[in-house]
Design a protein around this ligand. Structure first.
Ligand code: SAH
Ligand code: AVI
Length: 335
């Protein structure tokens, strides 16, 4: 008999090397930068969960509401036997989709893919309890490097990339990641992509600079990760949380601003890093979308829109897409 849970881990020395490479590359530039994937150690994941509950952070509850409204239709449109989820986290919203697929009688397997090992393991254990008969094949890995490790589909599949995480990539990488994702899709499969939408900058800024300071703590957590993983000596409280909206690119930037001039040593890399007082280091971008931007990115990745689902206030969008079908004029003629 097949067991309900299988977990493959692809994070080994390579993961630490990727952190070291990102630090060597990002902290030696004139405008310092770190990629956001390093926020998510166990503490970062917990802080992110608290962000999702904040009154100012509307994306999570809005995406959940869209799913609750439209999951039955998604189940009908996709007939999915399998849900692959990239950056699955605690999979809290995913259950809405799993419920709909279970009700439709098509659900067989869930494949969570995340860099945070504890998340994948805990979510596999919980979901196999909650959904008797469900197989969970967890992939602990980096969705920028390990999509090739996603197992062969067991039937029509949805690849879900929820929460707006695609917006955490700059435009070029975003299209590259979407293209990689499109390789997971056969002709019967769908991508379900969550994207935050362009809106009043004041609403956006509040969502990334909450009054309780949870987002500030999440932002500073990346320094704790560097201290632990690379034996650095950052003092997180030496950095102030900054969230600004860039109107040209229509994205939020999170930065850490040095409160005083100082030099930090990243011992494992033998790397001194100097900060001027007031110097800012970028730790995340979170792009906001219009329907044109969504369609443009999909098209650049060889994907086409099936349907966009949104909430009544048009705060957030869930887009169903599939591999672009050749138009009738491009189809090879039979003669
Ligand atoms: N999908 C959830 C969680 C979003 S938070 C939601 O919508 O609420 C982003 C998640 O992506 C975290 O769980 C984080 O660990 C994961 N993540 C970030 N960068 C990643 C990467 N490069 N590869 C795999 N997982 C990543
Ligand atoms: C995971 N990602 C979509 C979140 C976002 O909104 O860009 C991460 C986050 N950063 C600050 N708050 C939440």
């Amino acid at each position: 008999m097949q067991t309900a849970i299988r977990i493959d881990s692809h994070l080994d020395g390579a993961h630490e090397r990727s952190l070291a490479d990102d630090v060597l590359d990002g902290l030696t530039r004139p405008f310092k930068e770190l990629p956001p994937k390093h926020f998510y150690d166990a503490r970062g994941a917990e802080l992110f969960d608290r962000i999702c509950e904040l009154p100012e952070y509307y994306p999570t509850r809005t995406e959940r509401a869209i799913l609750e409204h439209d999951a039955a239709e998604l189940a009908m449109l996709t007939g999915a036997a399998e849900l692959v989820e990239l950056g699955s986290g605690t999979a809290s919203k995913t259950r809405v989709l799993l419920d709909a697929l279970e009700r439709a009688g098509t659900l067989e397997r869930y494949v969570p893919v995340d860099v945070t090992e504890s998340m994948v393991r805990e979510c596999a254990a919980q979901l196999t309890e909650e959904y008797p008969g469900l197989h969970v094949h967890g992939v602990i890995g980096d969705f920028e490097r390990h999509l090739g490790e996603v197992p062969e589909a067991v039937g029509p599949r949805i690849v879900a990339f929820l929460g707006g995480t695609i917006g955490n990539f700059p435009p070029g990488s975003r299209r590259r990641v979407l293209r990689e994702i499109s390789r997971l899709l056969g002709p019967e499969d769908h991508l379900l992509l969550g994207t935050d939408l362009v809106k009043d900058p004041a609403v956006l800024r509040a969502a990334y600079d909450d009054t309780q300071g949870v987002t500030a703590e999440f932002n500073r957590n990346v320094l704790r990760v560097l201290n632990r993983e690379l034996d650095a000596d950052f003092e997180p409280e030496d950095f102030e949380h900054v969230a600004l909206f860039d109107p040209e690119h229509e994205w939020i930037e999170m930065r850490l601003r040095a409160r005083r001039e100082h030099t930090t040593l990243v011992r494992e890399l033998d790397l001194p890093v100097h900060f001027e007082a007031g110097e800012e280091m970028r730790t995340e971008i979170s792009a906001k979308f219009t329907s044109e931007r969504i369609e443009g990115d999909l098209a650049a990745a060889g994907l086409e829109l099936v349907r966009i689902f949104t909430d009544p206030d048009e705060l957030f969008a869930l887009t169903l897409a599939r591999v672009a079908q050749p138009s009738s004029s491009e189809q090879p003629s039979s003669s």
